[in-house]
Design a binder for this molecule. Structure first.
Ligand code: AMP
Ligand code: ZN
Length: 271
């Protein structure tokens, strides 16, 4: 099974023709998924550096930061730490609460955190002249997101699903890759335990998005094969749809890439 993960990652990466000299910034949360990404990419000879956003959420964040530091030491890779309190003036919990208190509809914790993390990652990866950002998203994450988008009535959001972000070519935008796209969460956990990676196995204390939890429970009733088929067939359908290279716009407020006049981060902040 473990050998299998490495082979699957190799096959996944061969689809996007990565160059071993390209600089890949691995977004490290301190959890098992992104740690396995760093471990395997390093083992396969890619040029990687780690990037961790210290969310300053008390003891949980401290444990994550320590795990990430240890991992990067063990792998002998450079680690960049972004201190959210220093850079943005507050902890993730307070930023999130302030956004929620100002918005009419309650936006879910993970949705806010996700938008902010993506915004930081792109901006900082660009500063660090990275060619790619790699995240730890895996097959279970991706099938959940896929179903969530459909159930929420936004199937078009699935158009960007894939091992690499599609439809965006722009000097301001750093492409994101997901080396674990075809790998099941349970296999990642097994691999991480077997290699004794320094990892925080607890879930984030703020991850209480009930909708995602409901979908996760439903996904639990599917077999591994059914999950794999769901994603493979989704990709086949997407490949047939004529892809448009949408022109990227820049946010009127912060200048980062955006779909509309204002990016999702600034839209959140101004609610
Ligand atoms: P999540 O949205 O927490 O499931 O995380 C998805 C992916 O985003 C992880 O696999 C990491 O690659 C990245 N990520 C999450 N949290 C952080 C963080 N604090 N710092 C850097 N990258 C992160
Ligand atoms: Zn913006």
């Amino acid at each position: 099974m473990n050998q299998n993960i490495e082979t699957k990652i190799k096959q996944t990466l061969s689809k996007i023709k990565l160059n071993k000299k390209n600089k890949i910034l691995v977004a490290l949360s301190g959890g098992k998924d992104s740690s396995v990404v760093a471990y395997v990419l390093k083992k396969l000879g890619y040029t990687i550096e780690g990037f961790h956003i210290d969310l300053k959420m008390g003891g949980y964040s401290e444990k994550c930061l320590n795990a990430v530091k240890k991992l990067c030491e063990e792998l002998d890779i450079k680690l960049h730490v972004y201190d959210i309190r220093k850079e943005m003036g507050n902890s993730m919990c307070n930023i999130r609460l302030s956004v929620q208190s100002q918005s009419k509809n309650k936006i879910k914790n993970c949705a806010i955190c996700g938008v902010i993390k993506k915004w930081i990652l792109n901006k900082e990866a660009r500063k660090l002249k990275a060619d790619y950002i790699a995240t730890g998203h895996h097959l279970d994450d991706e099938t959940q997101t896929f179903l969530l988008n459909i159930l929420k009535g936004s199937p078009e959001l699935n158009a960007n699903t894939g091992v690499i972000t599609k439809n965006v070519k722009d000097k301001m935008f750093i492409p994101r890759i997901k080396p674990l796209f075809f790998i099941l969460e349970k296999d990642i956990k097994e691999y991480s335990l077997k290699h004794k990676l320094p990892v925080v196995y607890e879930k984030c204390p703020c991850a209480i998005d009930s909708y995602r939890i409901q979908i996760r429970e439903f996904m639990g009733s599917l077999s591994d094969k059914q999950k794999e088929n769901l994603m493979k067939n989704e990709l086949k359908v997407l490949d047939r749809i004529k892809k448009e290279h949408k022109k990227i716009r820049y946010c009127e407020i912060c200048g980062e890439p955006a779909r509309g006049k204002v990016c999702r981060m600034c839209a959140l902040m101004r609610k």
